[in-house]
Design a protein around this ligand. Structure first.
Ligand code: ZN
Length: 333
């Protein structure tokens, strides 16, 4: 199923961009003073100030405590991390990841009966879309009213139709905004909290993007060989050139002919580094290293990590920080 088909399935959701200027939640009451009761009035002012301060510190978690519980299920790890940053900690909201953190990308993934049940009974299901979760059609057939947020919806990146949108920081920013807008449409009573949380996370991602540009923009060597097709969006964002891909899809070892072609590419282009992913076997990469001497490094597409919410929340940013260090070391002039 293509992205458009998935988008159609998610038509029950009002997809709209999060506004650029995000306002903190409205909380507290207007102060009043009474000339007749000066002392009481000053006391009220002090109490009001305290309420305002409390509200400021609680803004991102603010939500109607009477709102009914909301169970968010995410297809795989990158969606889980974004959803935690948008909805984690909001009262009454639970965020779960459908697949184990070791699952990696969900190319051609088949749902187990238990996973299918979890999807169709969720209040809202968050998927990457763009062709990643082909099983959605089956779930929607079982539960036509299933609310699906397709995080990649409407995102145009230079990497074309590649589904690994989140591997680009700009893609992660836009997917976070889409998730916040989708959740706000599903549950307007918690919209303020979702929007404010998303704004905070987007700010952190934006800082990371600026830091990475500052470190990578001046590199002279920009040719890399990567593992499966996870990095085109990342490479186009940081102007790196992918001259070869060791495995086109995880789990499918390259044929001897394809391996020979990659080895030839390494020799011809004098590319400085080969990047494998921590989630997959590095057997093919080792063959290329033996044949050509090219150094092998680990580049993480951030598809696995801890499920514990406190640790998972920052795992995308820390994976990218590590990627930055690896790239700087591997490509330095
Ligand atoms: Zn993938």
């Amino acid at each position: 199923m293509n992205a458009t088909a998935l988008s159609d399935l998610s038509r029950t959701i009002v997809h709209k961009r999060a506004p650029d200027g995000l306002r903190p939640g409205l909380c507290g009451k207007r102060r009043t003073t009474s000339p007749q009761h000066f002392i009481r009035s000053r006391l009220r002012e002090a109490v009001s100030s305290l309420i305002v301060l409390s509200c400021l510190s609680l803004t991102v978690r603010a939500a109607d405590p009477a709102a009914k519980p909301m169970g968010i299920l995410c297809s795989f790890y990158p969606m889980y991390v974004m959803a935690l940053n948008v909805a984690g900690g909001v009262p009454g909201v639970t965020v779960k990841c459908m697949t184990p953190s070791s699952a990696g990308c969900l190319h051609d993934y088949q749902l187990t009966p238990a996973e299918l049940k979890a999807v169709v009974t969720s209040d809202v299901f968050i998927a990457n879309g763009a062709g990643m979760e082909t099983f959605i059609e089956k779930a929607v057939n079982q539960a036509p009213n299933l609310k699906v947020i397709e995080a990649s919806r409407g995102i145009k990146l230079a990497c074309g139709n590649n589904p690994h949108v989140w591997v680009s920081i700009s893609g992660a920013i836009q997917e976070t905004k889409n998730i916040a807008a989708g959740l706000a449409a599903v549950d307007p009573t918690r919209a303020t909290a979702f929007t404010a949380n998303a704004a905070g996370y987007v700010e952190r991602l934006d800082q990371l993007r600026r830091k990475m540009h500052a470190a990578l923009d001046g590199l002279k060597d920009r040719d890399i060989i990567t593992f499966h097709e996870a990095f085109p969006c990342f490479a186009s964002e940081f102007n790196l050139r992918i001259v070869g891909v060791v495995e086109r899809e995880p789990g499918s070892e390259p044929s001897p002919g394809e391996l020979a072609k990659t080895i030839e590419t390494v020799r011809k282009t004098e590319v400085k580094a080969l990047f494998v992913e921590p989630q997959y076997s590095a057997k093919s990469a080792e063959v290329i290293h033996r044949e050509t001497g090219i150094p092998v490094h680990i580049l993480d597409p951030a598809v696995t990590g801890p499920l514990d919410p406190e640790r998972a929340r920052d795992s995308y940013i820390s994976a990218m920080e590590k990627n930055l260090k690896v790239l700087e070391d591997a490509l330095k002039n």
